[in-house]
Design a binder for this molecule. Structure first.
Ligand code: ATP
Length: 912
């Protein structure tokens, strides 16, 4: 029998928890069964808000015509039509349409690329279903699902709270109120406004503190946020400050060009006595020649391709300007655990008051015994056993064996905190049945681990020893736990006075070997004591011992750090771990070139802002640091003129991520709060991905610069040619329609290649780009002027040569256009390596894209020159093979000249 569907729009906040569960026919401890989930999913649909409606394609196409140049061209087309110059009108209109279509297609491509990337960031939710915890895509939630919330989570649907511990939620997304609200589970009056409904958590709000268990009451469009019609994700325009600057530059350039064209018209008609019509066509030609029509589209697509490439290398861009900023990063501040290290923890040593044991085995597989310096131990001494038991109970992780290939051993994996996973493996090695242990000594209460406090405590029933009282277990950072201890156990299990000095020495020994150290302690409380309060753990504990955990560095992080150092980027480690452990790992990874200077969070606190600037620059490892320290460190480094990338995962890291020039959030272990604050999300939490993102960021910038350096001289050469012809009063070497052909066909086709250019070999050996460095740097401007002049000389030279040879004007013009295109093709090979030689084997080979573009352009030029209809349309005429060869030779000559120029510029050190 199908149960009636849950009533969707009840005043859930006014019902108490039991009523809500009953209405939704769900169970607070086991959650829904798979069959119920499937049914409700079919009925309610996915838990998704309406996505931003994309602009209608027709409208997008229409918008392509909304641009100064197009208006100019359409104006020219109407005038030529009035004058009966139908061919010119046809060419201009064709060009306008072609331009719009190219813009439309490119823009669509860029949009789609970004959309695909946005989808990679879909939020997750932790639910209870069929009695087990599952980490699912938040879109799969259905009413009745039991959700577990933790600090940093984004609330995935509208929820009625069942249990809440210190829960605070930032509801700004819904109510606009930026102060987080304390939540509990109480029902409130039905008429209460949203901000006062304490027992509810609403979709799209953020958990800033605490934990909760809650039941989903509404999903998707039925949530409060869905109802007010707010959209899931604001649309992001495909632009960055740099692109905006370039488009402003383009606008100014267009105005200047149009003014020049007007002047030219005046000069030609009044001074040179050209016919007004001819002069008008020349002025239009100049405007068309000088305006880089394809530039904006190509810059946008270059950016989008960069973003796609980064995503492929596990760095998902959330805010586009980050692509640019990445190229100028000078300092990367990285977390340690999981980013620089593998986050695969293994307890390697157990340290007791009277001895130290080494635990055999690596990874999470629970196989291995104990050994001492004297050799393997026969069994597990009771004191080690007791410590392993504490580690297993004061624990939120779970250890599982994935079934392996037939007959083979399975893979052991941990869900939850890997540090805790290591303790579970230890307990299994010591012979504990984890499920039985948990059943025997059920947990009564918990103080969860928070980075700020650095410990976790649990309260358990006494288990098999009746009347023994409840037991509190505490595990955490040693110096923290030591302050809570009054006694320690000897190897016979007797309590003795706590010897803090001796324990600190043992901690230092462990840390110096690069091990992460946890201390474990216990305390017995009366059996009627069923809630944990801070007072229970602050004193009177008995120390059980220490565990030394290894977390090996990631090999790829070691390589990436070396790469960053070569690229002039400092890498600093900011970690919650012990200073000695962190320094040992930092040395293994090669931070600071092996010369590791460490400071602790306490030292950071002791510094005023000025002193911190010095400390921040000099120090490589910041240990025992908390999120507030991160924020101050970013500010201090920025005050020193550094461009800072900062990683983070917790809700408290959000301010530092926002402050950093590039905030890098962890995609796997990071909270939603951190992901929203970051401008990049690392899909694999791996430091190497940050280095890759920097490399791609630098590549995007270089490619943008190549595009500009490629396109502008072509326009420059064309306009100089026209200007000179009019000023000298001679025939135009290239007609306006022909210029349009070159700009719209060969220029765009060739420039598009640059958007896809692979990373240059030396990208990561150059120093970071200065953030204030203009795109049109002195070097780029020089290159543009120089190449424009070369192009003009080439066009004019070949044109005049043809005329001198007695060729007809049509033929001479065809020679001029083909020379221009040939020079462009060879210039492409030069520009692919802006400053380094192009005459290398890889340089000459090009890439498949380069070859395709060049062949395409070559074929089109053949059509342009030899096809009768093109001859009519563009006034071209066929050329002999010999002339063709000459044209290609001129192109090659340009490349040669540019190679010599590169050599001289490099020798004189003028390249920047
Ligand atoms: P990073 O900031 O690079 O990720 P981290 O993981 O060492 O470094 P935290 O997770 O804040 O930083 O841990 C800080 C300290 O708290 C650890 O050195 C350890 O002593 C202790 N600790 C870590 N995890 C737990 C846990 N689950 N229970 C109790 N104590 C823990």
């Amino acid at each position: 029998m199908t149960p009636p569907a849950p009533k969707p729009d009840a005043a859930w906040h006014a019902l108490d928890a039991m009523q809500v569960l009953e209405r939704l026919q769900t169970d607070a401890t086991a959650g829904l069964a798979a069959a119920a989930v499937a049914r409700r999913r079919a009925e309610h649909g996915p838990n998704r808000l309406a996505e931003v409606k994309p602009t209608h394609p027709m409208w997008r196409l229409a918008l392509q015509f909304h641009n100064l140049l197009i208006y100019l061209l359409l104006g020219a087309a109407s005038i030529t039509a009035l004058l009966g110059h139908w061919v010119d009108t046809g060419v201009i209109v064709a060009v306008v349409v072609l331009n719009a279509v190219i813009g439309f297609v490119q823009e669509g491509k860029a949009e789609r690329a970004l959309q695909a990337i946005r989808r990679m960031l879909s939020p997750r939710a932790l639910v209870l279903r069929d009695g087990a915890q599952h980490d699912i895509d938040a879109t799969d939630l259905v009413p009745g699902d039991i959700v577990l919330l933790a600090s940093g989570d984004r609330v995935p649907a509208d929820l009625r709270l069942l249990q809440a511990r210190n829960l605070r939620i930032d509801e700004a997304a819904l109510t606009g109120e930026s102060v987080p609200v304390d939540k509990d589970t109480a029902a409130v009056d039905e008429a209460a406004p949203i901000g006062d409904r304490l027992g509810m958590a609403y979709a799209a709000t953020m958990v800033t503190q605490g934990q909760a268990r809650a039941v989903v009451v509404a999903t998707g469009a039925r949530t409060e946020i869905g109802r007010i019609g707010r959209l899931l994700e604001e649309v992001q325009a495909v632009t960055t400050p740099l692109l905006r600057k370039m488009s402003d530059f383009g606008r100014v350039l267009s105005l200047v060009i149009m003014a020049t064209a007007a002047l030219l018209f005046g000069f030609g008609t009044l001074v040179r006595d050209y016919a007004a019509i001819d002069m008008f066509m020349a002025a239009v030609g100049l405007a068309v020649a000088a305006i880089p029509e394809g530039l904006p589209a190509i810059m946008t697509i270059t950016l989008a391709i960069g973003v796609q490439r980064m995503a492929r290398r596990h760095a998902v861009i959330r805010r586009l300007p980050a692509v640019e900023t990445l190229g100028s990063v000078t300092v990367i501040c990285s977390d340690k655990t999981g980013t620089l290290t593998r986050n695969e923890m293994t307890v390697q040593q157990v340290v007791l008051a009277e001895g130290c044991f080494t635990v055999q085995g690596a990874g999470y597989a629970p196989h291995g015994g104990l050994e001492t310096v004297d050799g393997p131990c026969a069994g597990w001494p009771p004191a080690v056993h007791g410590l392993a038991q504490a580690g297993a109970l004061c624990n939120d992780a779970s250890l599982r064996e994935q079934t392996g290939p037939v007959g083979g051993a399975g893979q052991w994996t941990v869900t939850g905190d890997p540090t805790e996973g290591a303790l579970l493996t230890l307990a299994r090695k010591a012979g504990f049945d984890l499920a039985a242990l948990a059943a025997q000594q059920p947990r009564l209460d918990v103080i969860p681990f928070e980075s700020e406090h650095r410990y976790m405590a649990t309260l358990h029933a006494p288990g098999t020893t009746p009347g023994a009282g409840n037991v509190v277990f505490v595990k955490g950072a040693p110096e923290r736990v030591f302050t809570m201890c009054a006694a320690q156990f000897d190897d016979q299990g007797r309590e003795q006075a706590f010897d803090a000095a001796a324990w600190h020495t043992r901690v230092d020994e462990q840390a110096a070997a690069g091990r992460r150290v946890l201390a474990l302690a216990r305390r017995v409380v009366p059996s009627d004591h069923a809630r944990l309060v801070l007072g229970d753990v602050q004193q009177g504990l008995t120390l059980l011992g220490l565990v030394g955990i290894i977390d090996p560095p990631r090999d790829e992080a070691i390589r990436a750090v070396a790469q960053c150092r070569a690229a002039g980027i400092e890498v600093k480690m900011i970690t919650g771990d012990h200073a000695v452990t962190a320094s040992a790992i930092a040395r293994q990874i090669g931070l600071g070139g092996g010369d590791v200077k460490a400071a602790t969070g306490a030292e950071v606190e002791a510094c005023d802002d000025l002193a911190l600037r010095r400390l921040a620059i000099e120090t490589t490892v910041f240990a025992r640091a908390s999120p507030e320290h991160k924020l101050r460190l970013v500010r201090a480094l920025q005050a020193e003129g550094q461009v800072v990338a900062m990683t983070g995962d917790g809700v408290n890291d959000a301010p530092a991520l926002k402050q950093a020039d590039v905030g890098v959030a962890m995609g796997m272990k990071g909270t939603e709060a951190a992901k929203q604050a970051g401008s990049i999300v690392l899909a694999d939490d791996n430091f190497a991905s940050i280095a890759h993102a920097v490399e791609e960021g630098r590549t995007v910038y270089t490619n943008l610069r190549k595009t500009v350096t490629f396109l502008l001289p072509v326009n420059g050469g064309e306009s100089l040619t026209l200007l000179l012809a009019v000023l000298l009063g001679i025939a135009l070497p290239i007609l306006p329609a022909q210029i349009l052909w070159v700009n719209m066909v060969s220029s765009i086709g060739l420039a598009m290649v640059l958007a896809f250019e692979p990373t240059e070999a030396d990208v990561m050996t150059r120093p970071p780009r200065r953030p204030d460095e203009p795109m049109l740097s002195g070097f780029v401007i020089w290159r543009i002027v120089f190449v424009s002049t070369l192009f003009m000389l080439g066009i004019f030279g070949m044109f005049e040569l043809a005329l001198a040879r007695g060729a007809a004007i049509e033929e001479a013009r065809t020679v001029a256009v083909n020379t221009l295109v040939a020079m462009e093709v060879f210039y492409l090979f030069s520009v692919r390596y802006l400053k380094s030689p192009s005459f290398t084997w890889t340089g000459v080979q090009g890439t498949p894209r380069v070859l395709a573009a060049v062949s395409g352009v070559f074929l089109l030029q053949l059509v342009f020159t030899y096809a009768p209809f093109m001859q009519t349309l563009f006034n071209t005429s066929a050329l002999s093979l010999q002339v063709g060869a000459q044209i290609i030779a001129v192109g090659a000559l340009v490349l040669l000249v540019l190679e010599v120029e590169k050599l001289i510029v490099r020798r004189l050190g003028l390249d920047e």
